[in-house]
Design a protein around this ligand. Sequence first.
Ligand SMILES: Nc1ccc2ncsc2c1
Length: 255
Amino acid sequence: MRVDVLTIFPDYFAPLELSLIGKARTTGLLDVGVHDLRQWTHDVHRTVDDTPYGGGPGMVMRPEPWGAAFDELVPPDRPPLTGPESVPLDDRAPVLIVPTPAGQRFDQAMAHAFAGERRLIFACGRYEGIDQRVLEEAATRMRVREVSLGDYVLFGGEVAVLVMLEAVVRLLPGVIGNAESLTEESHANGLLEAPLYTKPAVWRGREVPEVLRSGDHGRIARWRRAQSLLRTAAQRPDMLASTAPETLDKHDVAT
Ligand SMILES: Nc1ccc2ncsc2c1
């Protein structure tokens, strides 16, 4: 997978050298380019923002640097359309992901969808946001996705990109040694994962549930499923709304 990140704060992405993402890059599973948007400005102050039309607080990111950056990163195979019409794009066009509080909610399903792409481009907005024409023009040659991490506001898109990148890259084949981890974790099956335990068997007077030390794998699987349902009902009842109702056997819940 090829990933390009456009930002005015490239140093935010130093963590991409670390951990599994760093390993994915060195093993060739992932190729990442982080680009300072200011390299596509030409004035002495490297200006990327200006005052909003129609008034209002703060500043808006100018379209010109973004347009020049996309021209270089995604050379149009024909002159970009200048009108408001958008062009249906085939699935070979890169996906442009724009973090914004005004976007579609990012979730594990979206992470899986992005992990199936050959190329992702992330546009990190700052200030009050990016001139809307940037997204409109980008849609003539990319599949544009405005994505929110949740109902809160950050200073800009960089932290959101780090979160989404980690969620996507860990799903790439070969990045996580034990792929089975991906099938047991929260949100992998529409539920929250069951509680986890490790040694010692007793810690500060608290015992690991006997079922987990029973060696009875069928019983353990039933217990974990029951605990997963109970935990989801307690923490995220909204997730249960989209899961087929399931009866809980009191024996399965017993620890
Ligand atoms: N550009 C920008 C600004 C704030 C923000 N908060 C969450 S995503 C995002 C993106």
